[in-house]
Design a protein around this ligand. Structure first.
Ligand code: GLU
Length: 498
């Protein structure tokens, strides 16, 4: 846990808190991005600030069609409402980086004038050569400063001649640069380890390294909240803020989310994006609640939070800088708790698509199924497998009739199932009440333990060790004819085994 924050919630921070979530449109929302969005939102809300959405689409190679819609949809679904953004506007737009091209060019030129950047005309061939050379010496590639000291006349002449160029950051060769992160403290690096990275590419689009500084400044973002993968670049950003003469924002870099120690949660494994979980039937409230706890703690044992409650409880003092481990079992458990809290009607609505997937007949009592299944469901996509026995007669081993705790054996199962069949076949009214009455009367008459009758009846009716509901409920969901046939098949199975 991090102690001793200054600013933000401590009250020293005087200007308005404006945070931004700045996803790149890659087609999905990684759980780590969702967490960044959530914390960023909560910091704004907690401080009566503004939460902005900015789309970072300057890396055209990574752009996936339709992904901006995925971002809008997901934020809306989980309730992270932004105050400014591409779809709703605001005073600091445009909020899509590809629409801000002239702004970056203007500021890159300004930076050249201020001595914080320079034009570079090096060809791809030259740079490839440098890269190869560095590789052969097992060194990391860094630009060699070839164009760093071109005269203004030469630069103008080459620009006039239409030579392609990039604009590079001019990092001092000597000295050190420090930056302060609210979680990670003050970090100092030798300038000699920093590269003269590209700020504006040949196509006129900025790199992230440039765009984030220009946009965060112009959009008055403070604090800047983002993933810790940007921590190592932060000194370069500070050099840019300084070269422009701009105030450096407060930084909050968030530790990564790991699948297990040493292994990041990756989309390739199919369990790293909001969509992966939502489509499997995790409730959005449970996902948000669980994600909130990945790297933040309220300081006590409380685990359940609605978004509203998070808005009140969240405090950056509770952020942790050690990597968070994504525990799927914990999320499953939390999801099951959220499902339990639903009313049967609410659950029913969510379960309907899964009943459809399970191909349950329309005339089956689906509402009754919902009431039986709700408290046993951890994740909605398990519903079809839970209900498979209702549509198909399952293959099962006769050994299922033997159950120690119920004191059932093959012999007594045969006896009692046979008796049950005799009374059930007489029933005119095939309802749970009537079935229950008939079996209870039989049990009294025989003077045996309930389970001696219920166990073999349920096994024969379902073919499964575990079912939602007991013998009475399972029978009640089936049509009488089907139920009786199944009981008869069970009886024959037992007979053959005796
Ligand atoms: N666009 C970056 C990404 O999606 C986020 C950068 C930021 O939050 O500053 O990884």
């Amino acid at each position: 846990m991090v102690k001793g924050f200054h600013g933000i919630q401590g009250g020293l921070f005087m200007s308005e808190i404006r945070t931004r979530f700045a996803p790149s449109p890659t087609g999905y929302l990684h759980i780590g991005n969702l967490r960044t969005a959530l914390y960023t939102y909560l910091i704004a809300k907690k401080n009566n600030g503004k939460f902005l959405l900015r789309i970072e689409d300057t890396d055209q190679d990574r752009f996936v069609d339709g992904s901006i819609e995925v971002i809008y949809k997901t934020l809306k679904l989980v309730g992270l409402k932004h105050d400014e953004g591409p779809d709703i506007g605001g005073s600091y737009g445009p909020y899509v980086q590809s629409e801000r091209k002239p702004i970056y060019l203007e500021y890159a030129r300004k930076l050249v004038e201020k001595g914080g950047a320079y034009y570079c005309f090096c060809t791809k061939e030259r740079l490839d050569g440098l890269r190869k050379e560095a590789d052969s010496k097992n060194e990391t590639f860094g630009y060699d400063g070839h164009c760093r000291d071109l005269t203004k006349e030469e630069v103008d002449r080459r620009l006039q001649a239409g030579e392609p160029y990039v604009i590079r950051q001019k990092v001092p060769y000597t000295g050190t640069t420090s930056f302060h992160d609210e979680l990670f403290g003050t970090i100092t690096v030798e300038n000699s380890t920093l590269d003269d990275g590209v700020l504006l590419k040949t196509d006129g689009l900025p790199t992230y390294n440039f765009a984030n500084v220009v946009d965060d400044h112009l959009m008055k973002i403070n604090p800047v909240v983002r993933g810790s993968e940007y921590l190592s670049s932060a000194p370069k950003y500070n050099l840019l803020y300084e070269a422009f003469g701009w105030e450096i924002p407060q930084y909050i870099h968030l530790s990564p989310i790991m699948k297990e120690p040493g292994k990041k949660l990756s989309k390739r494994d199919g369990d790293a994006t909001f969509e992966d979980f939502y489509n499997k039937g995790y409730l959005k409230e449970a996902i948000v609640n669980y994600v909130a706890l990945l790297g933040w703690s309220p300081g006590d044992d409380r685990e359940f939070f609605t978004l509203d409650e998070l808005e009140k409880a969240f405090d950056i003092k509770g952020l942790s800088k050690s990597p968070a481990i994504f525990d799927n079992n914990k999320l499953r458990w939390m999801n099951s708790e959220y499902i339990k809290k639903l009313s049967v009607e609410e659950f029913h609505k969510l379960a309907l698509p899964y009943y459809k997937e399970a191909e349950l007949p329309e005339d089956m009592n689906l509402m009754r199924i919902s009431s039986l299944v709700k408290n046993r469901t951890e994740v909605l996509n398990e519903i079809p497998a839970t209900l498979d026995f209702l549509i198909n007669r399952l293959e099962y081993s006769v050994d299922l009739f033997i159950h120690k705790k119920s004191k059932t054996t093959l012999e007594n199962s045969y006896e009692n199932l046979s008796n049950a069949i005799d009374v059930l076949k007489e029933l005119k009214d095939w309802t749970e009440e009537a079935i229950h009455q008939a079996l209870s009367d039989l049990i009294s008459e025989l003077g045996v333990k309930n389970s001696l009758v219920f166990w073999p009846v349920r096994i024969a009716a379902s073919g499964k060790l575990v079912t939602p509901g007991g013998a009475v409920e399972v029978l009640g969901l089936l049509k009488k004819e089907e139920a009786m046939e199944r009981l008869q098949i069970g009886l024959e199975k037992l007979r053959a085994a005796l």
